[in-house]
Design a protein around this ligand. Structure first.
Ligand code: THU
Length: 137
């Protein structure tokens, strides 16, 4: 599974977004070290804060299946009906991911309109993070 394919899978997951309130559709594809992919989309709710982002959907699926070693996540987000447009993960998702990834070796791929991507090291999008290590865990 190369990163270009992972971006295609993020865009595919995006087509399943449930975003009836924001009309902002996000898809994610999370790659494990072993090469397995978990897709996720944002899932909104009439009680707005009950909604969940695409990245956390993908992580929850993977973690609950026993996965713990992650290599990269591709994120494709933008207004519904338009192509993906450089959507970066929100702060809650960054903190959520931080629990399970190694900042220097986990890659974040931000999908562009033409499905090309920017590749960023996780530690560059969440510097000075609060880690399990802060709690001696
Ligand atoms: N959203 C994500 O899925 N991921 C992010 O990192 C940013 C925001 C979703 C949440 C909500 O359903 C919609 O995009 C608009 O904020």
């Amino acid at each position: 599974m190369d990163y270009a394919q992972l971006c295609i899978l993020a865009d595919e997951a995006r087509s399943r977004s449930y975003c009836v309130y924001s009309d902002f559709a996000v898809g994610a594809a999370l790659l494990t070290e072993e090469g397995k992919v978990y897709q996720g989309c944002n899932i909104e709710n009439a009680s707005y804060p009950a909604g969940i982002c695409a990245e956390r959907t993908a992580f929850c699926k993977a973690i609950s299946e026993g996965e713990r070693n992650f290599k990269a996540i591709a994120i494709a987000g933008g207004p519904k009906g338009s192509k993906p447009d450089n959507a970066y993960p929100c702060g809650i998702c960054r903190q959520f991911m931080n629990e399970f990834v190694s900042g220097d070796s986990f890659d974040v791929l931000i999908v562009h309109e033409d499905l090309s991507y920017d590749q960023i090291k996780f530690s560059d999008i969440l510097p000075f993070s609060f880690d399990p290590a802060n709690l001696n865990k």
